[in-house]
Design a binder for this molecule. Sequence first.
Ligand SMILES: Nc1nc2c(ncn2[C@@H]2O[C@H](COP(=O)(O)OP(=O)(O)OP(=O)(O)O)[C@@H](O)[C@H]2O)c(=O)[nH]1
Ligand SMILES: [Zn+2]
Length: 330
Amino acid sequence: MKSTDESLEELGWNAFFSEQLSVEETQDCHPVRVMAVHRGKITVAGAGVQHSVTPYIPGASPSDDHPTVGDWLLIDDATLQPTRVLRRMNLFKRRAPGDPRKEQMIAANIDTLFIVASCNQDFSVARLERYLVLAHEVGVHPVVVLTKTDLTETPEAFAAAARAIEPGLRVETINGRDPASAACLAAWCGPGKTVALLGSSGVGKSTLVNTLRGSDSIATQAIRAKDDTGRHTTTVREMHRLGGGGWLLDTPGMRELHLSDAAAGVSEIFDDFVLAAQGCRFSDCAHGNEPGCAVQAAIAAGTLTAARFDRWRQLTAEERATPTYPKRRR
Ligand SMILES: Nc1nc2c(ncn2[C@@H]2O[C@H](COP(=O)(O)OP(=O)(O)OP(=O)(O)O)[C@@H](O)[C@H]2O)c(=O)[nH]1
Ligand SMILES: [Zn+2]
């Protein structure tokens, strides 16, 4: 056991979690947050302490919730065993590679998802839309972060294209290598706040991680932990402390998360199309050459654009082709 100077609030504890505790649990248990998951062991942090516990919850069935990084767990004060996983604000999961019926949990309880894209030829509104669909589906607040502003004369043109995707969408433009420029993200990285990053390869996620963590970061430092057999296992911790007091949840699973993991949520990004389609004469209108198609009428009138229509069609077709992403909890 290692002592730390973090309070529960600094770890992200809030009323959403505390309200889930029964009177008995308040007396007999203490909450801890899962900082890392290893084989057969998890590292947890509570008020002022950090230690390892078994990830197995006595009496839990295989279908019960098992702890993942970012989770809040209750630990029995007497036995020091976990008793249950608290209900999550949100959960990233994906179908297990090799077995689509199985799900792999990736990360839980994220306050803000930074969707990272770069201001260059890799910039794609269609791709951003898909990441936003995923964010909506998981129920996490998205902020679009456009990197590499130093490589373009017109960062605002990229930002405007991103903002046009969804009303009210927060879009920030930064040079990911420059801490002063990335300071605009501080609002989401304050004490107790958890952020995660998503974005295609090469857009500058690692660079941004290093910048957010500051010069005294331990980004590449592996943590040596003793496992039960006394052997040393080297593992990179998955919740990283940020300079401003927040937490960055950076796991390999998060990095490998595919856009195909998004399914529903399309209707939220394209709610204008969904609304227009309600005006079509036929309820099964494919919005092609059908008579009385309100979507085609709106495109002809210029209220909806043909480019977004194509993306909407493509995403809804993919949605039909893949099983839906598990519905988020409220
Ligand atoms: N000029 C400039 N270069 C940047 C910026 N952000 C990242 N880069 C560079 O872009 C390249 C890719 O950055 P990474 O941080 O490795 O990208 P990544 O998203 O982590 O890529 P993967 O690890 O493949 O997922 C590196 O050479 C960075 O130095 C930026 O804001 N401006
Ligand atoms: Zn139609």
